[in-house]
Design a protein around this ligand. Structure first.
Ligand code: SAH
Ligand code: SF4
Ligand code: F3S
Length: 449
């Protein structure tokens, strides 16, 4: 084993996926080797999430498994990065003696130095948040592939009352527009076909007056063969300009992740979401007018403090009303330090679970119905490779992010755009037959079908 072999495991949201690539970029530049096996590593890093209690419990469980590496080789450095590092700070090394390194999201530049500290037997701790750090100049380490995540902003200023993110990620700040565009150019040269621009609330992107719509337009113009996705949009800040920009560029995906969280105005207010259900539904209606065929996904929390059965029914009503393509659905988990933590967590666990089940069941039936309506339609699909279940089938995605499975064809390779006629659908997957390879060079070819 060479001295500096790094293994990193990533939990939580896509921001963490992007951050792990930054971390690998930083370490590789300093001469560290990256390894995909913990067995080969003498530095083991967990990039962690604090958003719900079960996310943290998972990390504690994983630390338990990692103890064997420490037992085999006491020189092994075990590090916690990301949101849990920021939330728990020094307490983490106090409570978990085997942790040598605790580094929050704004201190990754110092990782090489902090790893050196850990090798001397001291604890390496870096948990300051920054108002300016965007890692603009750092080239993330990415394997070759089709799809890349790009953080375009960091932090969050919204302070939804249930959420730890403003505490773990600090204040909102945007990357420079040109640096994002340059990154997409590099990915284009490497044959990437999809980029997802990430921020906790991308609609408040602001680079010296250039807003998120400006960034999206610039991103779309880099390479017409690259599909551009983005997440997350906060309903308060979604502008008409953004909707028109999406409508105008065929390679900006017609898909908006617009978390509603609850269908009750009273609960939304307690959550400090700063919009009403009416405002939310107006945005959906407007978006559907401006971007024909646009689809939506959402996040929903069940059992926020004081949530009544009536509030819960209102959430189901919003889901019926909007007809989301997909949803991420969670039980409320109290987080220390947040405002909601001070409100009694009075919805019994059983009720939270029951309501969550109602929400999941409803979403599944909505997804199924939406997918059934796609039968006999032609969809433009970006081919991602063989289907997981069979080498006789290929898998790809529509611009609304639905998985499409169709029979293999020698003419077609990963990264091609093809037109597929849908002939069957479940709530999660579409199946179809290939119609033609869409020639990507002619302007006549629309990437959105
Ligand atoms: N910035 C994004 C999401 C960040 S966290 C946004 O504003 O939508 C992702 C999702 O986790 C949130 O949308 C919310 O639905 C959920 N979440 C956050 N804190 C939570 C908590 N304490 N309990 C349960 N779910 C939570
Ligand atoms: Fe959390 Fe709200 Fe910020 Fe999203 S917008 S990260 S839910 S505080
Ligand atoms: Fe989790 Fe932090 Fe993302 S708390 S959801 S990893 S921003």
């Amino acid at each position: 084993m060479t001295k500096n072999n790094v293994y990193i495991e990533t939990y939580g949201c896509q921001m963490n996926v992007a951050d792990s690539e930054l971390v690998m970029g930083i370490l590789q530049k300093k001469g560290y080797q990256l390894t995909s096996e913990a067995d080969n590593a003498n530095i083991i890093l967990l990039n962690t999430c604090s958003v719900r209690d079960n996310a943290e419990q998972r990390i504690y469980g994983r630390l338990g498994n990692l103890k064997k590496y420490k037992d085999q080789n006491p020189q092994t450095v075990i590090g916690i990065l990301g949101c849990m590092a920021e939330r728990l700070r020094e307490d983490l090394v106090e409570s978990k003696k085997m942790v040598d390194l605790v580094v929050g999201p704004d201190e990754y530049r110092r990782l090489p130095e902090l790893i050196d500290t850990a090798f001397t037997g001291e604890k390496g701790i870096g948990v300051k948040l920054s108002r300016t750090e965007t890692y603009d100049d750092i080239i993330p380490f990415r394997e070759d592939g089709l799809s890349a995540w790009i953080s375009v902003m960091r932090g969050c200023d919204k302070f939804c009352t249930f959420c730890v993110v403003p505490f773990t990620r600090g204040r909102e700040r945007s990357r420079n527009l040109e640096s994002v565009v340059d990154e997409i150019k590099q990915l284009s040269e490497r044959g990437f076909r999809e980029v997802s621009l990430l921020g906790q609330n991308v609609n408040s992107y602001n680079d010296n007056g250039r807003d998120f719509a400006d960034l999206l337009a610039a991103a779309a113009n880099v390479d017409r063969l690259i599909r551009v996705r983005f997440t997350t949009s906060h309903p308060q800040d979604l502008s008409d300009k953004l909707l028109y920009t999406i409508a105008e560029h065929p390679n900006l995906c017609n898909y908006i992740h617009l978390p509603v969280q609850s269908g009750s105005d009273r609960i939304l207010k307690l959550m400090n979401r700063t919009y009403t259900v009416e405002h939310y539904l107006n945005i959906i209606e407007k978006a559907r007018k401006i971007i024909p065929g646009v689809s939506f996904s959402t996040d929903i929390i069940s059992g926020f403090p004081t949530e009544t059965y009536e509030d819960h029914i209102m959430t189901l009503d919003v889901m019926q009303n909007v007809q989301y393509d997909g949803a991420y659905m969670f039980k409320y988990s109290p987080r220390e330090g947040t405002k909601a933590y001070k409100i009694d967590d009075d919805v019994p666990e059983e009720t939270k679970a029951k309501r969550l089940n109602d929400i999941i069941d409803l979403q599944q039936s909505i997804s199924y119905e939406i997918n059934q309506k796609m039968i006999d339609k032609d969809e433009v699909v970006l081919v991602e490779g063989q289907s997981k279940k069979s080498d006789q089938f290929l898998a790809g995605r529509t611009d609304t992010n639905k998985v499409v499975i169709f029979p293999v064809n020698d003419e077609i390779k990963t990264g091609d755009y093809v037109k597929v006629k849908i002939n069957r659908a479940t709530s999660a997957t579409l199946f179809g037959d290939l119609i033609e390879v869409v020639n990507p060079s002619g302007e006549k070819i629309s990437l959105t079908a």
